[in-house]
Design a protein around this ligand. Structure first.
Ligand SMILES: *Cc1c(COP(=O)(O)O)cnc(C)c1O
Length: 422
């Protein structure tokens, strides 16, 4: 596809987009008298218009039924998470028994590490990418310390080569091989939050398994962004949040994946009553009998209000289809890269995109290093109604998402950048 830097071209692409109607399913923040140019679906996805009715339904059922809402609500609260399971399974490429909506992201990372980070003898190390999200670093370091280890030696980050911002798969595999028997867990982000690099999860998983280590992924920036195949890739475990690409609202319920081969195996886990065999839960027995599914990792009963929003958001993904979304996303982000390069030329300003240019190594997001312009440029585009985000030390992140962003949005961003840099 050859792109053109014109409004007419962008509008023609939008007219030909089979997913264009989904934009109308979302509420956009306003800037003066028009919709803001929203490029932060990677940080907080927009609100689906259906969210308010879904929440009201639960409030009404609570008013009407009180405690009986657990079974009599339109979407019974007792089994609420089960409505999300098939939607999540299709979204992340899993079997239904492998996924569960529960808790929060970092909480899930901890709960899963209880089962999947089991340092023993000299096999104690955790390998992750350079500059992981800080919450993940805190989780890794505290788990290592909890097991009596030293994060200074047991937490290892794969570093980029001199002069490079992102990682090469061959270097990740080499590091896995080098750590070999010392490696307990490889835990990467599916997409790095800072650079926007998508990692080759199948290859990383295979390499980890080859040296006897476990492979887990934090999919905060990958769920709803990439076309994931967690089951086929043989990933051991994964977790993600629902408020970024998944549009389920601030702090909304997170998700978890445990591969089928680990289910029903009585792995060590931190148990709670919602992980107990649901047919016997209310016998209130003293002995924990785990569900033979990822639900065994549930601890507490379901946060219904956030699940209500999550449900309607996931239904949109399911209707649109992640394969179709991803196909549009590749085009939309390629168009963004094209527009940025053109603005660079037109204004003589260096806008270095540090996200890989290869489509399989990125999702929606592009991370721009604006040499010498960084924060000031970010502030100027914000004044003109562009909602992007700034990440210290010096990156502007822009993420056109295929559900509600358009080619015209990307073209408009280009106009704003030109104006601010001229
Ligand atoms: C957004 C994000 C988090 C946030 O964690 P919460 O537990 O949802 O607050 C953690 N890890 C990564 C990689 C993220 O991108």
């Amino acid at each position: 596809m050859t792109f053109e830097h014109s409004l007419a071209f962008a509008q023609a692409r939008d007219a030909a987009d089979p997913l264009r109607a989904y934009r109308n399913e979302f509420l956009f923040p306003r800037h003066h008298d028009r919709d803001a140019l929203y490029f932060t679906g990677n940080s907080l996805g927009l609100q689906p218009k259906a969210a308010a009715a879904a929440l009201t339904q639960e409030l009404d059922d609570w008013a009407r039924f009180g405690v009986e809402g657990h079974f009599q609500a339109k979407h019974p609260w007792y089994s609420y998470h089960e409505e999300l399971t098939p939607l999540l399974a299709r979204l992340v490429g899993a079997l239904p028994e492998e996924v569960v909506a529960m808790n929060q992201l970092t909480s899930n990372l901890h709960f899963l590490m209880v089962s999947f980070y089991r340092p023993e003898g000299k096999r104690r190390k955790i390998l992750t990418e350079t500059r992981p999200f800080p919450s993940d670093t805190y989780a890794f370091a505290s788990q290592i310390a909890f097991h009596g280890g030293d994060p200074a030696t047991d937490l290892v980050e794969v570093q980029p080569r001199a002069g490079e911002h992102t990682l090469r798969t061959e270097d990740i595999v080499a590091e896995i091989n080098e750590l070999g028997e010392e490696l307990a867990l490889v835990c990467f982000g599916g997409v790095n939050f800072y650079t926007g690099q998508a990692f080759d999860m199948a290859t990383i998983t295979q390499a980890a398994h080859a040296v006897g280590a476990v492979a887990g992924f934090d999919l905060a920036h990958a769920a709803g962004n990439l076309h994931l195949k967690l089951h086929d890739w043989n990933v051991d475990f994964a977790c993600w949040c629902s408020y970024k690409y998944l549009n389920s609202g601030p702090g909304s319920v997170a998700g978890a994946f445990v591969h089928q081969r680990h289910l029903g195996k009585q792995l060590p886990l931190f148990a709670g009553w919602w992980g107990h065999d649901k047919n016997e839960r209310f016998r209130m027995e003293r002995t924990f009998k785990p569900m033979p599914t990822a639900e065994a990792w549930q601890v507490s009963n379901a946060p219904v209000f956030s699940m209500a929003v999550h449900r309607v958001a996931l239904e949109l993904f399911d209707r649109a289809g992640i394969a179709q979304l991803r196909a549009k996303s590749e085009q939309l982000t390629a168009y963004l890269a094209f527009i940025i390069a053109d603005v660079e030329k037109a204004t003589g300003t260096r806008l270095e995109v540090i996200t890989p240019s290869d489509a399989v190594q990125r999702g929606c997001q592009l991370s721009i290093l604006a040499h010498g312009h960084g924060k000031a440029l970010f502030d100027r585009i914000a004044e003109r109604g562009v909602i992007a985000d700034w990440r210290e030390p010096n990156v502007i992140r822009v993420a056109p998402v295929p559900l509600y962003n358009s080619f015209e949005d990307v073209w408009r961003l280009g106009e704003v950048l030109k104006e601010c840099l001229s």
